[in-house]
Design a protein. Sequence first.
Length: 451
Amino acid sequence: MTANPIAETIASLMPRAKSELTELVAFQSVADEAVAPRSECEAAANWVADALRTEGFQDVALLDTPDGSQSVYGLLPGPEGARTVLLYAHYDVQPKLDEAAWVSPPFELTERDGRWYGRGAADCKGGFIMHLLALRALKANGGVPVNVKVIVEGSEEQGTGGLEQYAEAHPELLTADAIVIGDTGNFRVGLPTVTATLRGMTMIRVQIDTLEGNLHSGQFGGAAPDALAALIRVLDSLRAADGSTVIDGLPAQAQWDGLQYPEDEFRKDAKVLAGVGLTGNGTVADRIWARPAVTVIGIDCHPVAGATPSIPAGARAQISLRVPPGQDAAEATKLLFAHIEKHTPWNARVSLEQVGQGQAFQADVTSPAYTSMADAMRVAYPGEEMQASGMGGSIPLCNTLAALYPEAEILLIGLSEPEAQIHAVNESVSPEELERLSVAEALFLQNYAAS
């Protein structure tokens, strides 16, 4: 990285950043009381609020949102007449999953092979630390040249929409000229990237019931309808033989015409086992950025341990459907419901519940803010030009902000590059990426203020 005062300041702040991220990762802030106590999220929210107060933010508040979570807000006034930039991150995290599969404890930040491991290190507690580093560097080098609002969400991973609903009810709160969403990531380590599109999502639960109670499989098997077998038939109907998502009435053949994702690189990033084929057709970029994708993320049925020779009377699954730009998530949900009802066999009883939804997002990468970010990334990543990619994940708040503030420019950057393995075991963050992106964000704020 070319030496400049901003970069030098951030380099000097990295030990403090590691210490703070260690504290923040230690909170088991999963916004699901079935997984972690609510007190963990409350403690993380208070930590974020205290950090903002320490940096001189005003009007710091813990906002009670309609889904029961808390978002943290603060305002750092800039020079009179300056533009306003909103910085976003979230402090809630995914569950730890299989703790035994973690090389180091999931909620203890651990350095290994040049990376920092821990749940939320990249997604997205590290994003909040990135914002702090950028602001501290600016304050140490002439001051923050814009008004800065920070909003740190408490239930992004659940997709329950608390912050979106709060913002809609208080539209004046998050008004800004530009919005930096610090929750995506570079296409790969060392390649500066803004995310141009996000897939939307819908999350549903399907319950299938066939009997009043479980039955002996020897006495009744062969004629009594098996609820788990019915559920398996339904889930299988959501994919074609090649693994493509097939939901009746939902288009699934769009193409991505931007930055491509070579298949060999994808296989390495996704850690696909040798000899196992990828699912779907078209380019990898088509499949993960431009088309819908269904995933069965959980099934409730009898576990193998302690299983009895019984016919299941009921079975339940949770399904995630990613919806690309150009498709409406609400309409996709209706089509998914109709598909499941149509493909449920044996006239079994099926009940459906929606538990989360968010629309897809497409940014305007030709806006002036993107020019400011491209110039900043060129300095933070010498020899590299900013790239624009898609991202298969969802950030429902983006569409809410775009609808509330149609004149605002929205940029998506972050620490979740492929090696970070977000949402999986052994999530990690590259400290070099944290440093470089913090430099880029600080320089962006300077460039944007002057543009």
